[in-house]
Design a protein around this ligand. Structure first.
Ligand code: GLY
Length: 566
């Protein structure tokens, strides 16, 4: 048995297991405390080559993982316009100097937002209003998030961290053919919808393998470089945003921008198979969800080890997913507005009751799965580990690809369409098929529920894995499956990110979405059980694994990411 997949928990704890586990802990402790296991390696796994090269350069200048993450976040706002941003938000999970921190820079609803703002006179949700155009955006959080991360954890100068992004916006970058193709597809698709956006005015000129410059964005980034957080939330940039909003009937004001605050929260920490899973607290739904998923899987699986992506493996994890997403819809929301029952949702007896109704050979009826207590995705993720063993898992988003499709004229950045992550009406699905109710209804200044789940696996307080993905609600599946791939199936980082994944989320009823590569016989067997199989890629994983002191990093082959160990 490898050191990484050290502890394949078996159902029912026996004395023999305990002895085995104790012996194993001794071996593992010896390995991980051996000085050679902390070779001064660093690693980055990033969604494009510009962010990857920048993160590496910052680390090589002596910056720490947080410095590298901040510089990369700003670079992605230039070179990955479908998700990288200063007009959106995200979560940065940090393990630094042996301690966890979670920077919540999720967008907030503007002061003038209200519960029924996306409903028509009949009380029906107005098509596309929370997804495209001027009404779709929350107050951006990214710049405040990077500022807070820098104040708390940065070691290089703020200006140094902004410089690479300024340069790429001002002097231009070479457009990757995959980016050019997705811009072209998006413009063609939007032309068919009658949505009022100005995306094409800014991005139609971005052609494959050609230099693309963004002078307005460069000027905005320079204000952020020179004035810090105030360069975005006050002064000229804030005026440009508020004026633009007013001109087009939007509701974000200068006061909204000035009032925005990123927050430092305590990460969720859960024990699972001898690891500490350090993960995202609300307003992310993902941390609670992946812990529920991993723990209920152990409770529901048969004694013998299941084959990776076998019919029973996929089915049991889909059954767990039904229960996870029922809870998500009912109990998860912004903890500053709604008391999320975190402890109850992760309690052992709660999870074991919930898992006890899972059968290995039959699908449970979707309508019967209730909340258990008395509930083209984009986004991007990156993982960084510095030579001191500090880690950052950062997931950031403007929601759908290219956000609301609206570029702030004069400031050159794309605004998010994160308002769609609120529940516009109880029980009505959002663009990801997620439903919600009171916990996630719209209220002024509230953060919309997220599935972003940057996660770090620790052992003896040392980083063993850094993981995360984009993909709306599918993020949660990508993350927990990446952990199972690494721990249960002992995969390399490349295998972890490129193995076919699957996702089930209660609704639509009995639909399993899956990657090409799931075996045809498994697909057939699942269909025979009563599932509908939907073959559609999701996610773009960027993972770092510390295997016996040696780093291994990978970015998913389907994207345009670049991972390096150095
Ligand atoms: N916008 C996707 C998420 O935060 O879950």
């Amino acid at each position: 048995m490898s050191k990484w997949s050290k502890y394949h928990q078996e159902k029912g704890s026996t004395m023999a297991n305990l002895v085995k586990y104790a012996a194993h802990l001794l071996i593992v402790t010896a390995i991980f405390f051996h000085p050679a296991s902390f070779a001064k390696q660093a690693a980055v796994a990033m969604p494009d080559s510009y962010s990857s090269d920048t993160a590496r350069a910052i680390l090589e200048q002596g910056g720490n993982a947080v410095d590298a993450a901040i510089a990369a976040q700003f670079v992605l706002a230039v070179t990955l316009p479908e998700a990288g941003n200063i007009g959106g938000g995200g979560f940065m999970l940090i393990q630094k100097d042996g301690k966890g921190d979670f920077i919540d820079y999720r967008e907030t609803a503007p002061a003038a937002a209200h519960r029924d703002m996306y409903l028509d006179d009949k009380g029906d949700v107005i098509d596309n209003m929370s997804v495209y155009g001027i009404h779709a955006s929350g107050v951006p959080g990214s710049v405040a998030g990077m500022w807070l991360a820098h104040q708390k954890h940065g070691s290089l100068e703020w200006k140094t961290l902004l410089e690479p992004a300024v340069k790429l916006a001002e002097q231009g970058f070479i457009v990757h053919p995959k980016l050019a193709a997705s811009i072209e597809r998006y413009i063609a698709r939007m032309a068919k919808k009658s949505v009022n956006i100005n995306f094409a005015d800014y991005f139609a000129e971005a052609k494959a393998n050609k230099v693309f410059k963004q002078p307005e964005l460069a000027a905005t980034l320079k204000r952020i470089r020179d004035q810090g957080k105030a360069g975005f939330y006050e002064g000229e940039t804030a005026k440009i945003i508020a004026t633009f909003m007013k001109q087009h009937g939007g509701i974000i004001t200068e006061q909204d921008l000035k009032a925005y605050e990123a927050k430092s929260r305590t990460p969720i920490k859960g024990n699972w198979r001898g690891y500490e899973v350090l993960t995202s607290p609300p307003p992310s739904s993902g941390g609670i969800a992946i812990l529920q998923w991993l723990k209920m899987y152990d409770l529901a699986k048969p004694k013998e080890k299941l084959e990776h992506n076998s019919t029973t493996y996929v089915h049991i994890l889909a059954e767990v997913g039904k229960r996870v997403f029922a809870d998500r819809a009912e109990y998860l929301g912004d903890p500053d507005f709604y008391e999320v029952p975190k402890t109850a949702l992760l309690a052992d007896d709660y999870l074991s009751n919930r898992a006890s109704t899972i059968r290995p050979d039959a699908i449970s009826t979707t309508e019967n799965i209730k909340p258990g207590l008395h509930e083209s995705e984009q986004t991007t993720h990156f993982s960084i580990l510095d030579k001191w063993g500090n880690a950052v898992a950062n997931t950031t988003t403007i929601n759908l690809s290219f956000g609301s499709g609206v570029v702030v004229s004069g400031a050159g950045f794309i605004l998010n369409d994160e308002m769609d992550d609120f529940s516009a009406k109880p029980g009505v699905m959002n663009v990801f098929g997620a439903i919600g109710g009171k916990a996630n209804e719209i209220q002024p200044h509230k953060r919309m529920l997220s599935s972003m789940t940057p996660t770090i696996l620790l052992q003896d307080n040392k980083v063993k894995m850094v993981t995360g993905s984009p993909g709306g609600t599918t993020i949660i599946s990508s993350v927990y499956e990446s952990i199972l791939n690494a721990v249960e199936f002992d995969m390399t980082a490349e295998q972890v990110v490129d193995s076919p994944r699957f996702h089930h989320q209660l609704w639509p009823k009995n639909v399993i979405r899956y990657h090409t590569g799931l075996e045809p016989k498994v697909v057939k067997a699942l269909e025979k059980m009563g599932y509908t199989l939907d073959e559609r890629h999701f996610g773009d994983m960027h993972v770092i694994i510390n295997k016996d002191g040696k780093l291994d990093a990978a970015s998913e082959a389907s994207g345009r990411g670049k991972a390096m160990v150095f």
